[in-house]
Design a protein around this ligand. Structure first.
Ligand code: ADP
Ligand code: 5GP
Length: 210
């Protein structure tokens, strides 16, 4: 069982471009959550800093971390490897610090299966519309049309995983979405059985599939 003094784990997943990295940063800054900084074999974007946004490593180094059993979870996403290492995360949690993860559905499933002795709250973030998602990806990944296309193509598959999360939240207005996530974390901490109205989300998912 988790102890009252331990930190909690919060996971945010979403189709690429829905805004989870932006939300994770804000939750970390405003609520003092520690971010689990992933390792990846993906190349850095222009504004990304090694050791802050990711630990950028080659496949050889990534494989060595797998072999040494350093990962809590890892997965291949869009042809690159991504993984969350254990030691820092566990240290934070045992110190009573909350830890937030920006990982995909495969990593979330792996962490859920581990049944760690810490409270775990999972969120799936959706964009308000396909058009808005396209615009966000286009603005972020301007230089590489290929990336935007690949990520839009993956979108229909990615949204199928929404049902495996504790909560699904739409990131239309950033402020509103952020406040909703904080509200839901507090509700779930007070009442582990707290759930949400799925009907709204089901309708939204149908609209997004069109
Ligand atoms: P993800 O981590 O889910 O791939 P990002 O956090 O990188 O997505 O967001 C994708 C882009 O959309 C970024 O350029 C970010 O600044 C922007 N963005 C995120 N949330 C919003 C929002 N609510 N409204 C408008 N733009 C947003
Ligand atoms: P991006 O390349 O846009 O930063 O991330 C691509 C995808 O990889 C996103 O869905 C993101 O959540 C996921 N991701 C980032 N880090 C990890 C990780 O450590 N593990 C897993 N499983 N997915 C990750």
């Amino acid at each position: 069982m988790s102890e009252e003094k331990d930190g909690i784990i919060v996971i945010l997943s979403s189709p690429s471009g829905a805004g989870k990295t932006t939300l994770v940063k804000r939750i970390s800054i405003e609520n003092n959550y520690k971010i689990s900084i992933s390792h990846t074999t993906r190349k850095p974007r222009t504004n990304e800093v090694d050791g802050k946004d990711y630990f950028f490593v080659n496949e050889d180094k990534f494989q060595k971390l797998i072999d040494k059993g350093e990962f809590l979870e890892y997965a291949k996403v869009f042809e690159n490897f991504y993984g969350s290492t254990k030691s820092k995360v566990i240290e934070h949690l045992n110190n009573g610090e909350n830890v937030i993860f920006d990982i995909d559905w495969q990593g979330t499933e792996q962490i859920k299966k581990k049944k760690l002795n810490y409270k775990l709250i999972t969120f799936f973030i959706l964009p308000p519309s396909r058009t808005e998602l396209f615009n966000r990806l286009k603005n972020r990944d301007m230089k590489d049309k290929n990336i935007v296309e690949k990520r839009m193509n993956q979108f229909n598959k990615d949204i199928n995983h929404w049902e495996n999360y504790d909560f699904v939240v739409i990131n239309d207005n950033l402020d509103t979405c952020y406040k909703e996530i904080i509200k839901l974390i507090n509700k779930k901490k007070e009442n582990p059985n707290y759930s949400y109205d799925k009907k709204n989300i089901q309708n939204h998912i149908q609209k997004l599939r069109r």
